[in-house]
Design a protein around this ligand. Sequence first.
Ligand SMILES: [Mn+2]
Length: 355
Amino acid sequence: MDRIEKVKKIIKENNVDAILLNSPNNTFYVTGFKSSNSYLLVTKDSGTFYFTDMRYFSSAENFLHDTDIILSVLDLVAMDSLMNKLGINTVGVESDYITLEKKKTLSTIFKAKLKPVDTTRLRAIKSPSEIASIRESLQIAEKTLFDLQNSVEIGMTEKEISKLAVSFGLKNGADKASFDFIVASGLNGGSPHWHPSDYKIREGELITIDLGFIVNGYCSDITRTFKTSDKIDKDLENMYNIVLKANNAVNEQARVGMTGKEIDKIARDIIEKSKYRSYFGHGLGHSLGIEVHESPRLSSADNSVIEEGMIMSNEPGIYVPSLGGVRIEDIILFKEGKPEVLTTFPKDLQSIVNS
Ligand SMILES: [Mn+2]
């Protein structure tokens, strides 16, 4: 579906006369033009209008000149006159983006009534070109994991490994990192969102590396847990195998039409049957695209129905503060009713140190 049509569908569902998008991710999604300060007014049937400030104006002019989108310099008073002229009485604004402060400013200027609407699903179903960008971004992330496997040595710090990952990714063609990477070795792995520290990695540990990049404006995200030497404690290996079993079960059993909660349960049931039952303390996954975390989610709290064309992460984990942790994250595309696994990096327990 045309992206403006997707916004018009939200107009209809919410019974408003127009929707005013302000989040840079949403305005980029609909127009293809990147600006940190813009508004996009999509009306039911009287056209689409884009407003940005002078810093972006001439680039926007070039970018939009072959489209039906009408461009103006950002001016809230002029926007109000336009809405009055078009007979817009109720305008939807992004409920997850517009702050109370901004709402106050807009409602002081606008005669139209503001109605917060949920736009979080606007970008949920990916087009072929978005899927291609995410694939490309994932290839760079996986190449970066292989590069790390050829370079990491015992005694390096988590911070050094994280910086190395950023530089490999950029060298491999990424525009930038899509989030602050997680490198957690030994007991630090017992914390799911550990920040890379000055801890020096040692033999016999598990090390979790969670990284991703941005390519063509689209994010990748992948996690693998490695061992730091060939010899590894049986308990750690056992913990790894339980997470792997949960991750594989989701890739095999998730289906279009299930809710986020039902897919989360596939993995959770496996971990809860093991001795690590209380150590999977986060949701199974999230959608990703222009942002690294998008709606919907795969979690025990998400009743959204998973549809064809959605791209989700599948990232079960076990985190035991006294032992360490494991997370295995794949990215899956729902295609022909079931997951196509876009990540191809091996999932048997490999050593990060090349011996
Ligand atoms: Mn993730």
